[in-house]
Design a protein around this ligand. Sequence first.
Ligand code: ZN
Length: 345
Amino acid sequence: MFETAIAGSLPKPSWLSETEKLWPQWKLAGPELQRAKADATLLWIKEQEDAGLDIVGDGEQSRQHFVHGFLEQVEGIDFEHKVKMGIRNNRYDAMVPQVVAPLRLKGRVHAFEAQLARAHTKKKLKFTLPGPLTIVDTVADCFYGDKQTMAMAFAELLNQEALALQADGVDIIQFDEPAFNVYMQDAADWGVKALEVAARGLTCTTAVHICYGYGIKANSDWKESLGQEWRQYAQVFPALAASSIQQISLECYHSHVPPDLMALLKNKDVMVGVIDVASDVIETPEQVADTIGVAMQYLPRNRIFPCTNCGLAPMSREVAVKKLAALAKGAALARERYAQTGSDA
Ligand code: ZN
């Protein structure tokens, strides 16, 4: 009950890359960089285990950015000539590579870090990949001319890598789709279908992470503009509830998401965001347990997976470590506190 996990990313140590940035520059190159990525991955597996999390991940230590890390291994993408593009409906500008030819994987994308993580933990291992809709919003298209067609092409590549990750021993494959909360109509019309193509044939657990973004200023400003009730999830959850994807995340703590939206996901496992990634204030176990209590009003307790609202990549390492501990301690308190209360939603 209340198995804990993080959304995916964790801060990179200062000896690996720049810190507290979304697109940090590596500080090493070649074999030294590869060694440092491995060391950082091992460090974070240990920190997650020591914190007491039930499900661990590689902390995305081997990729510069959660989308571009995947794109670097895709043929047909020009990384030499990046262009400035407004992403997430022009919320902020990013330097993005361009799709210039038919897409094909150059080979395995994440074998190194997935196999390393698998060899060093006996805990359940979750591995994250960017979702198709979020990918097409984070790359410039000079070839396909249609978002949906390009998303389906990416979905096929994601499926290849996902099946290989499953063979590496990954227990949960999660697709990250923050763009689902920006392009709700596209998400409902074909984004969920593209996800199912990406997850086709998987027998491990499948998940999708949907959020209001990292704790960066552009996102905080955007959230300020969304009013008192954030109902974006309501437009996408029905399509997801009808899909084959098994776990779905939502932001809860410190958000304006109406908690009753969780009732739309009754037959799914729900990764409930109980840790705020836009604040350095460390949650108390009581606050985390309270948020779990709110989720219990709408979901059976065995379907609640306490989680962070989003990735922790742009935070300081010290704060992230404390937030991991708060997550695990809060879930432990909730197990104690709610053990005696009988009724399930
Ligand atoms: Zn997120």
